[in-house]
Design a protein. Structure first.
Length: 153
């Protein structure tokens, strides 16, 4: 169970994980060594799953991003669905996979260097899978907000 200090730290590091314990101590009333210990514990417990670097638009603006909605076959066996999910998980072009309710079963975000690369990836991952009934693709024109932040408490 996280206390108010853990929650304050988690809010801060979700926005900027590069801040040092000394910098964080300016906003959380703990010593830098106590903050470092708490962050190590939160990582060890899996509360902080990982720390990643988000690339700036200077490198990513020319890339093709696709939102793909997938309908699975009603009669797809569990092994076929598991194989599809494992392939999606292993594909570097697949940025996220969400299991959703409604008309579609999965929502995917793919990042590819070109339309040809997207077509090849979609055919390899989706068109060839017996678990996939159909899929629809919308291409991202602009990204206005990406904020992977979870408000706790």
């Amino acid at each position: 169970m996280q206390d108010r200090f853990d929650i304050a730290l988690l809010h801060l590091v979700q926005r900027d994980a590069d801040r040092t314990a000394e910098e964080l101590a300016g906003e959380v009333p703990l010593s830098p060594s106590a903050i470092a210990r708490r962050l190590r514990r939160l990582r060890a417990e899996g509360v902080i799953a990982r720390t990643v670097a988000l690339l700036g638009e200077a490198l990513t603006r020319e890339r093709l991003r696709a939102l793909v909605l997938v309908q699975l076959n009603e009669h797809a066996d569990r092994a076929g669905k598991d194989l599809l999910l494992a392939r999606l998980d292993a594909a570097e072009t697949v940025q996220w996979v969400l299991e959703i309710s409604g008309e579609h079963d999965l929502a995917l975000l793919l990042d590819c260097r070109s339309m040809d690369a997207f077509v090849a990836e979609a055919e390899a991952l989706l068109a060839g899978s017996p678990a996939v009934r159909r899929y629809e693709t919308s291409f991202v024109k602009r990204s206005w907000k990406f904020a992977p932040f979870v408000r706790l408490g």
